[in-house]
Write a protein that binds this ligand. Structure first.
Ligand SMILES: Cc1ncc(COP(=O)(O)O)c(C=O)c1O
Length: 398
């Protein structure tokens, strides 16, 4: 099926075709001005802006320390490294995630041990974690899929009782909370993403939060080649040329240009969050009657960050996922699929010895998953349009 993508190009009885991309970031003059100030200052890499972003971010999520890095992948890698994870160790996580969670465990020579998901939330099934713990388990790494917090109390309880640190992948969950506490303040370390599509973006970027001052210091050092604390100041006027390398580190520092964006985006975050919530509630209300779709949930004791709105095609769906996506594309509605379970990717299937059938709930969740557009720049008309396009795309014959 092919439709000319111009306004009002629809045939009678069909909605007019518009363009609703899967994602569009929200910037205005304030980000431009903030970046311009950094460029004019003559100092564009890690510096005072980055430190200010860290302070504000830590205060926002209620964490004692925040370390800015250039991706969530970097934050995860540093958190695992700083927790002392190494060759032969095991880290418990979910297969239903983006590959970054899994690869960062493997960077250190450790093995990801997968626990299948709870189909109602798409998050790791906290009740099934304990049986996967072995003498080699060195961390539990829950991922708050789509921005919906995992069931953290039992996860933190197991971690505490067994002496195993919990390291959260919170790439999607800014701002989210669990029983009134913001994600970023609950566990040994939490990793956030500021990738282009995320709820707060710096183009590329990430943040690690922790309550542990030593862990924060170590991650900061590792994020810049293992150079002693103030090494980044050495090119500043009056800065000392001498520095020492005390660890084998990485090049994961965030730039002041990115931090300048981040500070402004953080100021807007509550407004972004409110708009995301409005859109998610509108979808929930207006698509909830369709037997074809299982919609995301928000249990009363958590607050969802609504990074993604993942619908699941049910057994009652009258069209296949491919047809559904194709029809939405033809109506100008961008979609995506989150996530191909990590154990199904050829590299990890071979490396870890997994195959389809090993984690049936994650596989079933993936098989029916389609993510709809959800971002603050969507207008009410855009939301109306997506709702009618979804209803139209689910009809059995076109
Ligand atoms: C669950 C999850 N973890 C980690 C990442 C990695 O984030 P980044 O691109 O900032 O490294 C992503 C990115 O989309 C993600 O979805």
């Amino acid at each position: 099926m092919s439709v000319v993508r111009t306004e009002n190009a629809a045939t009678p009885g069909e909605p007019a075709v518009r363009q609703i991309p899967f994602h569009r970031p929200s910037f205005d003059e304030r980000e431009l001005q903030s970046i311009e100030e950094v460029l004019r200052s003559g100092w564009v890499t890690t510096g005072e802006r980055t430190r200010e972003f860290e302070r504000r971010f830590a205060a926002y999520v209620g964490a004692s320390h925040a370390v800015a890095v250039n991706s969530c992948t970097a934050a995860l890698h540093l958190a695992f490294a700083a927790a002392g994870i190494g060759a032969g160790d095991e880290v418990i996580t979910t297969p239903y995630t983006f590959v970054a969670t899994v690869e960062t465990i493997c960077y250190l020579g450790a093995r990801p041990v997968f626990v299948d998901i709870d189909p109602a939330t798409r998050n790791i099934d906290s009740a099934a974690i304990e049986e996967k713990i072995s003498a080699r388990t060195r961390a539990i790494a829950p991922v708050h899929i789509a921005g919906l917090p995992c069931e953290m109390d039992p996860i933190l309880e197991i971690g505490e009782r067994r002496g195993i640190p919990v390291i959260e992948d919170a790439a999607h969950s800014l701002p989210a909370s669990y029983k009134g506490r913001r994600i970023g303040s609950l566990s040994r370390a939490t990793a956030f993403s500021f990738y282009a599509t995320k709820n707060l973006t710096t183009g590329e970027g990430g943040m690690l939060t922790t309550e542990d001052v030593e862990l924060a210091r170590r991650c900061r050092r590792l994020s810049l080649h293992g150079i002693s604390a103030d090494g980044w100041k050495r090119y500043r006027l009056g800065g000392k040329w001498f520095y020492e390398v005390t660890d084998m580190g990485y090049k994961y520092n965030l730039t002041d240009v990115a931090a300048a964006m981040g500070i402004v985006q953080l100021e807007k975050l509550d407004a972004f969050d409110a708009r995301r919530r409005e859109i998610a509630l509108a979808y929930t209300k207006r698509l909830g009657d369709l037997p074809d779709l299982a919609l995301p949930c928000e249990p009363g004791h958590v607050r969802h960050a609504w990074h993604l709105f993942i619908v699941g095609l049910t057994g009652a769906a009258r069209v296949s996922r491919e047809t559904f996506i194709e029809r939405l594309t033809d109506r100008g509605v961008g979609t995506s699929v989150h996530f191909i379970p990590a154990h199904l990717h050829p590299y990890y299937a071979e490396k870890l010895g997994h195959r389809r059938g090993d984690f049936p709930r994650a596989e079933a969740a993936f098989d029916g998953a389609v993510s709809l557009p959800l971002y603050p720049a969507m207008t009410d008309d855009d939301v109306d349009y997506v709702v009618s396009a979804v209803r139209w795309a689910l009809a059995p014959s076109r």
